[in-house]
Design a protein. Structure first.
Length: 316
């Protein structure tokens, strides 16, 4: 039986937590937010004002969105009546161990306990929980900002129940996300490991003087980013092989790519090299404020999503 989700608790109101808050409320959920930051109420109001137009552009009715969001005085108050809890705390195992022990005690017995953890598998912080509580804990890792970027990596732990996995998939689909279940725990999961592999090579190329940070970004935006917005690496490679498909690509182009050493760049970790890289990135983008840069990013992401929606409608 498909569960009904009416109330969500968002624990941790940083960038990710505030984005989740807006998304959940835009889909009609009552949302209770908890965070020790002293400006929590103001941060929630600002986030809703900023993100509501984005969500409206995605076809959601954001009328009354602020009325569905409530600032909780404590974690216990936030999760008291929750059907689903989305945790967005610091990326520290000890912190998550303590927090999830509290969530397991304070949240209703049916509540899904989800973590936005970017790298730590849930089995690392659920060892001290009873089986019944651990069965409801799993990773629901988004990409920033989750109210726009559809992917959520659903990663069960060693003791997560299959009913919880199915419920998590149903929940994220109900708020317009694209859940992907990953059946083996690995630090960083899939998305961040792919991102980090590209990032390592990008840092290597800049540090070796091959390209500047801004020109490397242009390369990705105008080639791989454009391609990967419509097809993933494997389908892209399959199509890149022409009528012969992926086999043709591997047997022919793959051999020449191996000779380039592509993907084997390991950037040095010494502080001087890292500082020069930081300064190069700051030179490229430091003249713009964070709101200016994120605003431009969000407008472009909305444009890509709208274009994909249009293409999907034409195909169907």
């Amino acid at each position: 039986m498909t569960r009904t989700f009416r109330t969500a608790a968002v624990i941790g109101a940083g960038t990710i937590g505030l984005s989740w808050t807006a998304l959940f409320a835009a889909h009609g959920l009552t949302v209770r937010v908890s965070d020790p930051r002293p400006d929590l109420a103001g941060a929630v109001d600002e986030a809703l004002a900023t993100y509501a137009p984005h969500l409206a552009a995605r076809g959601l009715d954001v009328t009354g969105i602020a009325g569905r969001v409530h600032v909780a005085a404590s974690v216990t108050e936030a999760v008291r009546d929750a059907d689903v809890v989305q945790e967005n705390g610091p990326e520290r195992t000890d912190f998550k161990q303590d927090l999830f022990a509290t969530l397991a005690r304070a949240a209703p017995g049916h509540a899904l306990l989800l973590s936005s953890s970017s790298a730590i598998p849930s089995s690392a912080f659920t060892a001290g929980l009873p089986d019944g509580a651990a069965a409801r804990v799993l990773i629901g890792h988004p990409f920033n900002p989750p109210h726009l970027v559809p992917l959520v990596e659903v990663v069960p732990g060693e003791r997560t129940g299959e009913d919880a996995v199915r419920a998590a998939v149903d929940f994220y689909a109900s708020v317009g996300r694209t859940p992907v279940v990953e059946r083996k725990e690995i630090p960083g999961f899939v998305g961040n490991r792919l991102q980090n592999a590209l990032s390592r090579e990008a840092v290597y190329l800049v540090q070796e003087g091959v390209v500047t940070p801004e020109d490397l970004d242009k390369v990705v935006i105008n080639s791989l980013g454009l391609r990967w917005a419509t097809v993933g690496p494997f389908l892209g490679a399959h199509l890149g092989g022409g009528p012969g498909g992926y086999r043709h690509l591997v047997e022919h182009i793959g051999r020449s790519m191996q000779r380039t050493g592509a993907g084997h760049g390991t950037p040095p970790q010494d502080e001087d090299r890292q500082e020069r890289l930081i300064q190069a990135v700051e030179k490229a983008y430091g003249s713009s404020t964070y709101p200016e840069l994120t605003g431009a990013r969000d407008r472009r992401q909305l444009a890509v999503l709208a274009a994909l929606d249009s293409a999907d409608k034409e195909e169907n």
